[in-house]
Design a binder for this molecule. Structure first.
Ligand code: URA
Length: 205
């Protein structure tokens, strides 16, 4: 099994009701050798249209956050808990999340074997970790999931609704969080074949 094959299989999935309303399955994309995988909740409208994760407004902000810390988007792997858009961007049900995780995300993780997972937002965190979480409490802390380092961060859609950059604001905390991710990523032994491209620019997103 490899990622391309798994992705090809996922394209025809009808295991849950989300299949009926999706345009594209959004399997995930990026560098399979990356130490880091970012996991969102599920595709939105733009992602459903294009079949690519995080390409709408929240995705563009995510790109700027990564870039500000010197992490090139294409150097890491980005995916979601559920691979099909929940109608109206509603939160995926726990049944949808469980079905999708057991069929696709778990296998994707087995193939990618990231050393760091960053779930974005409370919902992704909860669906991923399997327990209720307060994102304001656990963001910016290192957790363990089956031996993998997990570092929850705010969802960029939340940052779009909270644009202040004052100390202690969600954007300010996110700036600190992404630098911490970069610091730990750089300190880890590289996975064979990985290539982390850095950008010197340190502008705030
Ligand atoms: N929000 C998510 O959680 N995932 C995407 O791919 C896009 C927006």
């Amino acid at each position: 099994m490899n990622l391309e094959l798994l992705s090809a299989q996922a394209q025809t999935c009808t295991a849950c009701g989300l299949a009926a309303t999706r345009t594209h399955v959004v399997f995930g994309e990026g560098n399979p050798d990356s130490k880091l995988m970012i996991i969102g909740e599920g595709p939105g409208e733009e992602e459903d249209k294009t079949g690519r994760p995080f390409v709408g407004r929240a995705g563009q902000l995510l790109d700027r956050i990564l870039e500000a810390a010197g992490i090139a988007r294409e150097s890491i792997y980005i995916g979601n808990i559920v691979k099909c858009r929940p109608p109206g961007n509603r939160v995926p049900t726990s049944d949808e999340a469980k079905t999708c995780t057991s069929l696709w995300l778990n296998k994707q993780l087995e193939l990618l074997r990231p050393q760091i997972i960053v779930p974005l937002g409370a919902t992704a965190c909860e669906l991923f970790m399997g327990e209720k979480v307060a994102i304001t409490k656990i963001r910016g802390t290192w957790l363990d999931w089956q031996g993998v380092k997990v570092f929850p961060m705010f969802h960029p859609a939340y940052l779009l609704r909270n644009p202040a950059r004052t100390p202690g604001s969600p954007k300010h905390l996110t700036w600190q969080d992404i630098q911490e991710v970069k610091r730990v990523m750089d300190a880890l032994e590289p996975k064979a074949g990985s290539e982390i491209k850095t950008i010197s620019q340190e502008s705030l997103f």
